[in-house]
Write a protein of this length. Structure first.
Ligand SMILES: Nc1ncnc2c1ncn2[C@@H]1O[C@H](COP(=O)(O)OP(=O)(O)O)[C@@H](O)[C@H]1O
Ligand SMILES: [Mg+2]
Length: 393
């Protein structure tokens, strides 16, 4: 049996979506192979575990749920990574369990952006999905586009500005955007998701308003040329640098041009995760377009150095026929299981693949040298360095 530490929640605007995606995955993980140890991260960054954490109904009253669950710390103890109570309880063992592999199903900043992945690295705990670098790139819409451009992947023309630039002089920023991009533009905070803080601008007044909104959410803002005659096509990729396969393509359908947070997650008034958005699977595409998008999706995944399952989102101009890589989601809503299932890969199998890839990366890494004994700290030359003077470099 492998014990999977299922990490979800977190200090992110997409906290709830993470809970939904994670508990959905928990239902599909094959219990004959895996023990699940749920680790719920509160918005304040506290870790809790307990059986009650696996039932979505209990999240209606978070305070009650937390009161019935156990606050824990995750620490390395010799060769093991263990989950321990943070509050000692009489007649109960401090150690609650051991984690063999971490499965982060978190979305957004402070979680999906490499932060949690960095925590696993420090613990030397194998984990599912993208590593620190690819996670961080995947959360920064501007850095990601730079990498795509380097790899020859088409992206829309864009510019960035910082909050300080905006505070110093809006007109200079607005002038540059008008000159370099031109209307209509789309303004987005670089590192949020779920369309939060994103708006479209057709003129200078709207651009100013859109920029003002975006800088209230992030230090850096990405402004893009708005794609006209827009069609959005998404394609997931599963694997790693050696093996990376595209899924079916989907076309999310929206009444509005910009898919709002509500549309993505709250359609029909119920929170069912990304799968509740109306979508066409497989998307209606010519063979040629489909192949192009599949190849671009794999190229994006590889350019960023991704691993696990990611969803690449594309913007198409129906009239000009252009295809642009828009963004990657390194931990997609519902892990994009719905793009694999109709092609013959059940969700449980997708989860098996993800855990297998995590363990494969761990094996490959264990063959790398991670320490280099220089002998510096045992050398006789250190004599005389102790004391008030400190080390000279
Ligand atoms: N350059 C663009 N042209 C036209 N529409 C865009 C453009 N960029 C984003 N959008 C619209 O805004 C939505 C959200 O933007 P996106 O970059 O995907 O951010 P998020 O991380 O919030 O999903 C997209 O799904 C699309 O509908
Ligand atoms: Mg998007």
């Amino acid at each position: 049996m492998i014990t999977v530490g299922l990490f979800f929640g977190g200090s992110s605007v997409e906290h709830e979506i993470s809970v939904i995606s994670a508990l959905q995955a928990a239902r599909y993980l094959d219990r004959s192979k895996y023990n699940i140890l749920p680790i719920y991260i509160t918005r304040d960054g506290e870790f809790y575990t307990g059986e009650k954490m696996l039932d979505i109904a209990n999240y209606e009253k978070i305070s009650a749920l937390l009161a019935e669950s156990t606050p824990v710390a995750i620490v390395r103890d010799g060769k093991r990574v263990v989950v321990r109570r943070t509050q000692h309880k009489l007649f109960a063992k401090d150690e609650i369990g051991q984690i063999d592999v971490a499965f982060p199903i978190v979305h957004g900043t402070n979680c999906e952006d490499g932060s949690l992945q960095g925590f696993f690295e420090i613990l030397r705990l194998p984990y599912v999905g993208c590593d620190v670098t690819s996670s961080a790139l995947g959360m920064d819409k501007a850095a990601m586009k730079d990498v795509f451009m380097q790899a020859g992947i088409p992206v829309v023309s864009h510019q960035t500005f910082r909050r300080e630039d905006w505070q110093r002089g809006r007109d200079a920023v607005l002038d540059r955007l008008e000159e370099k991009i031109g209307y209509p533009m789309i303004v987005k905070p670089v590192n949020l998701g779920s369309s939060i803080g994103i708006s479209k601008a057709e003129n200078r007044a709207e651009l100013e308003e859109a920029a003002e909104l975006a800088v209230s959410f992030a230090q850096r803002v990405l402004v893009e040329r708005a794609v006209q005659n827009l069609r959005e096509i998404n394609c997931a990729v599963l694997g790693d640098a050696e093996e990376a396969k595209p899924s079916l393509c989907e076309e999310p359908v929206s009444s509005d041009r910009i898919l709002s947070f509500n549309e993505k997650y709250m359609s029909s008034g119920k929170t069912k995760g990304m799968a509740s958005l109306s979508r066409i699977i497989p998307a209606e595409l010519s063979d040629e377009k489909r192949t192009l998008i599949e190849n671009l999706a794999v190229a994006c995944f590889k350019a960023l150095g991704c691993s696990g399952v990611c969803r690449m989102d594309f913007l198409l101009d129906e009239v000009s026929g252009e295809v642009f890589a828009n963004e990657i989601n390194t931990i997609p809503g519902s892990l994009s299981f719905y793009l694999w299932e109709p092609a013959g890969k059940p969700y449980a199998e997708l989860l098996d693949d993800l855990i297998r890839l995590a363990l494969k990366r761990e094996r490959q890494r264990s063959q790398l040298m991670i320490t280099y004994d220089s002998g510096v700290l045992s050398g006789a030359h250190l004599k005389g360095l102790s004391g008030a003077k400190g080390a000279k470099r």
